[in-house]
Ligand binder design. Structure first.
Ligand SMILES: NC(=O)c1ccc[n+]([C@@H]2O[C@H](COP(=O)([O-])OP(=O)(O)OC[C@H]3O[C@@H](n4cnc5c(N)ncnc54)[C@H](O)[C@@H]3O)[C@@H](O)[C@H]2O)c1
Ligand SMILES: [Zn+2]
Length: 361
């Protein structure tokens, strides 16, 4: 188990990573919260797997937690649900010195983090991600929030965790399709910031090489470092630096929306969005055709989609992309990669480029 520190502008926190780190969670939590009381928030699929073990370990350190379980899935990420959670926290007698542990995927991370951000104007939040996507992406960066009927993540707060514990052993129970989609964000990180990691992934060139927890731990650590490094100087998402994390996401979000968030997992839609963004990058940012093909091949070798399935309504995707609030003022801002390992926000991409790329996908 390795421990390292992340500094992110105004805050810094510890990350505990490696197989077996859940077993060491309680002493790490104790260092942060003392002998306090807190809420353990999880979902109906994850809680039965790990919550009891964690609560027992914590209580041995004198830390008492109330388990709050929400239904598994994106539909739990609502303001109503956050309110119910806060009500339960009040009933359990939590005060402003208490804390929240989020045990689950990105849904639980966002929802529990939001509850922690608003409870008594903000109490400490500990992230214990249980999906690959949450370990390499959503648990880092401090973005928390809920969805509304009008769209995803429209309400939220920036509230950094006090501690993140990433134990790859927890991923053994994760459904394969969920595991796979985490690699879309890993490959994204490689494309935008780490040519060496891209090369390593290309050499491994399959999911199988990363099924053991030994190989996963350093990969997760590297991805946490990349994301933390990118947001370190742009916490509030203002300068545009953080925007490169959206590589593949403009068209990817359109694909998710056009599929009513049912047909594609986020990572699958983003894989398709990255194929399109790579092609646009050959036109507008000087990426070589060879590199664009390598990107496509790498995604394919991790069993991520690189072509839209037959019968998909492409116009629906174009409409969904255009409806995105970022396009409201006509000025297109699109993340491109000039070379694997780097990316920037460009104003040279046109709406036509995007339409063409979707047509070719
Ligand atoms: N805050 C951020 O910066 C950020 C970044 C990316 C995504 N997100 C958010 O993350 C969410 C998606 O996260 P996700 O993909 O982790 O989804 P998720 O939390 O819904 O988890 C996926 C499914 O896997 C199950 N599960 C989780 N861990 C498991 C385990 N170890 N074993 C068995 N089953 C397990 C869950 O119950 C759920 O059904 C979205 O709401 C998205 O908006 C946030
Ligand atoms: Zn994403």
């Amino acid at each position: 188990v390795r421990q390292f520190k992340i500094s992110s502008g105004t805050s810094s926190y510890e990350v505990l990573i490696g197989p077996g780190s859940l077993g060491e969670a309680s002493s790490a939590v104790r260092k942060i919260v003392g002998q306090g009381v807190g809420a353990l928030i999880s979902d109906s699929s994850v809680a039965p797997l790990f919550a009891e073990r964690l609560q027992q370990n914590l209580s041995r350190q004198g830390i008492r937690t109330t388990l709050i379980t929400v239904p598994a899935g994106e539909s739990a990420k609502t303001l109503e649900r956050a309110g119910l959670i806060c009500d339960e926290m009040i009933q359990a007698g939590l005060d402003r010195h208490s804390f929240v542990i989020g045990l689950g995927g990105g849904v639980i991370g966002d929802l529990s983090g939001f509850a922690a951000a608003i409870y008594q104007r903000g109490i400490r939040h500990i992230q214990i991600p249980t999906t690959l996507l949450a370990m390499v992406d959503s648990s880092i960066g401090g973005k928390t929030g809920v969805n509304t009927a009008a769209g995803k993540n429209l309400l939220g707060a920036v509230h950094h965790p006090s501690l993140v514990i990433a134990d790859p052993e927890l991923l053994t129970s994760l459904p394969r399709r969920e595991f796979k989609q985490g690699f879309a964000e890993i490959i994204k990180h490689a494309i935008i910031a780490d040519a060496e990691m891209f090369e390593k992934l290309a050499q491994a060139s399959s999911l199988r090489s990363f099924e053991g927890t030994e190989a996963l731990a350093p990969l997760i650590q590297r991805n946490i470092e990349i994301k933390a490094g990118i947001i370190a100087n742009d916490e509030e998402d203002r300068s545009g630096k953080r925007a490169i994390l959206n590589f593949g996401h403009t068209i990817g979000h359109g694909i998710e929306r056009a599929g009513n968030y049912r047909d594609f997992f986020h990572g699958e839609a983003i894989a398709l969005g990255m194929v399109a963004a790579a092609r646009i990058s050959t036109k507008r940012a000087g990426l070589t055709n060879g590199e664009a093909e390598t990107i496509e091949q790498l995604l394919g070798s991790f069993s991520l989609p690189t072509k839209l399935p037959a019968g998909i309504n492409r116009q629906k995707i174009v409409d969904a992309v255009m409806a995105d609030k970022k396009f409201e003022r006509g000025q297109v801002r699109f993340v491109v990669t000039p070379k694997i390992g780097s990316a920037y926000l460009s104003s040279d991409v046109t709406l036509e480029d995007i339409e063409d790329a979707i047509a070719q996908l």
